[in-house]
Design a protein around this ligand. Structure first.
Ligand code: AMP
Length: 362
């Protein structure tokens, strides 16, 4: 049986081979750990920087068993891993965060029930299993509202806006008639996220809160600290802490929130939990004492967590699609740190890299 606490030289298995896996593998290497990527795509960007890789389907139990035998701990860099895969691996090696966290965050309804069960406010929502339930949900929640599939939604996929005059049967069919939820449309002043970590001993740390701007449903920019006041930022971190503790979480997580203006001041509604390192935490690579990637590796290995202090105000800009061709321009900006993911093809909407701009740097 593997020790709960690992040491340099240990082997970390990462499910998924995208840019998050790549940056995790780079951070692990710096701590004298080696990574083994398990992915179903042979051209994934994590592969070229990791010590080992297995390319196989996520339900290939023979390949999963060989992978599990070759590593000391398993973690993941995307959340849509089949539940059976996570459980199969967990029977052989520690999986951190646990498969139960994965199951909870894979289903928007279960996730929302969990968050509101903690007494943390979310947008009004209702379960929608068929077109009739959608009509009842719209009568309860009103318009505008957003229909979201319970599973496999990301970057705005699996969502339909229900406005005045929208045909409900058409909206339900547009999402493939899948089990969904209807959420009230939140007139937010901005969106923020808390990136935080919880260690094997239950210690909790969080970075300062970032304000996130999206374009075409894809994160474009994160500005840290979010300009919502220290008091609201602290409340946001407290919510993330309660969520991490209730999940008995190990690793880095991100909690996305809407900031809403009320007569009593700014209010936070939790939108969703990402059980992994997150795009809105990329700024920590250059802008903080400990990056989210190093922190995740520390946590899943049972190492002490690092300090999350920021070096100063910072902005992170994603390079999406053709933006990547401006790489030379970014290299010339004082205080700009360029990260490219090594992806061969710059397709529209594809995250190709990011630039962190340290506002205090000369
Ligand atoms: P999600 O997949 O839930 O993170 O949603 C993607 C994006 O859609 C969010 O970052 C928001 O910009 C927007 N969005 C999602 N849910 C709502 C909501 N209830 N009200 C307003 N905007 C929303």
């Amino acid at each position: 049986m593997t020790e709960a606490r690992l040491a340099p030289g240990a082997r970390i298995g990462i499910i998924g081979g995208g840019q998050l896996g790549r940056m995790l593998a780079l951070a692990a290497a710096r701590l004298g750990l080696s990574c083994h990527i398990f992915t179903d795509r042979e051209d994934d960007p994590a592969i070229e920087v990791a010590a080992n890789a297995t390319v196989a389907r996520y339900d290939d139990e023979k390949a999963l068993a060989v992978f599990a035998a070759a590593v000391d701990v398993v973690t993941y860099e995307f959340e849509n891993i089949p539940a059976r895969t996570a459980e199969f691996l967990a029977a052989m090696k520690p999986v951190r965060p646990s498969p139960s966290v994965l199951a909870l965050t894979q289903d928007r309804l279960i996730e929302k029930n969990f968050i509101s069960g903690l007494g943390i406010e979310v947008a009004p929502y209702a379960q929608v299993d068929d077109a009739g339930a959608l009509a009842r949900a719209v009568a309860q929640i009103g318009r505008p509202s957003i229909l979201k599939t319970r599973r496999f939604g990301y970057d705005g996929k699996g969502q339909a806006l229900v406005r005045e005059g929208s045909d409900l049967a058409v909206a339900f069919r547009s999402l493939g008639g899948q089990p969904s939820i209807l959420e009230g449309f939140v007139p937010f002043v901005c969106e923020v996220s808390v990136v935080a970590a919880r260690g094997l001993d239950g210690d909790f740390v969080a970075w300062d809160v970032g304000r996130n701007e999206h374009e075409h449903h894809i994160l474009a920019t994160t500005v840290v600290p979010a300009d919502i006041g220290e008091d609201v930022r602290q409340r946001a971190r407290d919510k993330a802490k309660r969520i991490a503790e209730a999940l008995d979480y190990v690793g880095v997580l991100a909690v996305e929130m809407f900031v809403v203006e009320t007569p009593a001041g700014l209010k936070l509604l939790v939108n969703e939990i990402a059980p992994r390192v997150h795009n809105s935490g990329h700024w920590t690579l250059d802008g903080s004492v400990t990056s989210q990637f190093e922190q995740h590796i520390r946590a899943v290995c049972g190492f002490p967590l690092g300090v999350t202090r920021a070096h100063g105000p910072v902005e992170m800009h994603n390079l999406i699609g053709d933006d990547v061709y401006r790489w030379r321009e970014f290299l010339e900006v004082p205080g700009a740190c360029l990260h490219l993911y090594g992806k061969a093809e710059a397709r529209p909407g594809r995250k190709m890299g990011h630039v962190t701009i340290l506002k205090g740097a000369k």
